[in-house]
Design a protein around this ligand. Structure first.
Ligand SMILES: [Zn+2]
Length: 226
């Protein structure tokens, strides 16, 4: 489990939990201060949720356990830090709430595993217009996102179709911050280069409107993909 979400400002339901009496069994971990009623009513979450300190404190990364990911059929470790970071869109439905984005995550994972035949959801991370980052394969695994470059890059995908309109600013800020967090954690090289999927493949991904935004971001095309 690599990702932690900042529990301090999240209601119980957004931690993927339920309020219950803390004398009852909780398969994850109990959190205080999330439930109304008696002091013994606490939030039982499905996973250990820790307060983020340091590297990624500006974003919420929703771990696989919390969104309810299936187990991968296989994993392969990636060589870190990666020199490339790729931006995609899913070209599917948008989501603007935690519950809608979780539903999208499950649907995308099912499609990638059952229709595409991949080992897992393809992207390293996905982001919703609820402003949360969702853990895909995470920082440490080779993904299935950018053919020919999966072993030398990580990728974030915006959930939605961004041909006509760019993602909202909370989603854009989350991905910018995700890259900075990756640098601080030693997962992304500080001399990384940023690309859109269409830079290395004949595709409309990540959508014209989104591409026009990432063109203005730091280290866009700082070097050729390597
Ligand atoms: Zn793409």
């Amino acid at each position: 489990m690599i990702s932690l979400i900042n529990a301090s400002d999240q209601p119980c339901i957004d931690l993927g939990g339920n309020c219950q009496d803390d004398s009852s069994t909780c398969s994850g971990s109990y959190y205080s201060g999330k439930c109304t009623g008696s002091h013994s009513r606490r939030c039982c979450t499905r996973t250990v949720v820790e307060h983020v300190t340091g590297d990624c404190s500006n974003i919420r990364i929703i771990s696989r356990d919390i969104w309810g990911a299936r187990s991968p059929k296989g994993t392969s470790n990636i060589h870190l830090p990666v020199p490339n970071f790729f931006i995609h869109h899913t070209a599917g439905k948008h989501c603007t709430t935690f519950s809608a984005c979780i539903s999208r995550m499950k649907s995308i994972q099912n499609s990638h595993m059952d229709e595409n035949g991949w080992a897992d959801i393809g992207y390293s991370f996905l982001v919703g217009e609820d402003g949360n980052v969702y853990e895909g394969r995470g920082w440490d695994r080779v993904g299935s996102h950018t053919k020919g470059y999966n072993r030398i890059g990580l990728a974030a995908s915006f959930m939605g179709n961004f041909m006509m309109d760019a993602p909202n600013s909370t989603a854009l800020d989350a991905v910018k911050e995700l890259i900075q967090c990756g640098i601080r954690k030693g997962k992304v090289s500080h001399t990384y280069a940023l690309f859109g999927h269409s830079d290395v493949k004949n595709t409309e991904c990540p959508g014209t409107a989104l591409y026009n935004v990432i063109k203005t971001w730091p280290r866009f095309h700082a070097h050729s993909p390597k």
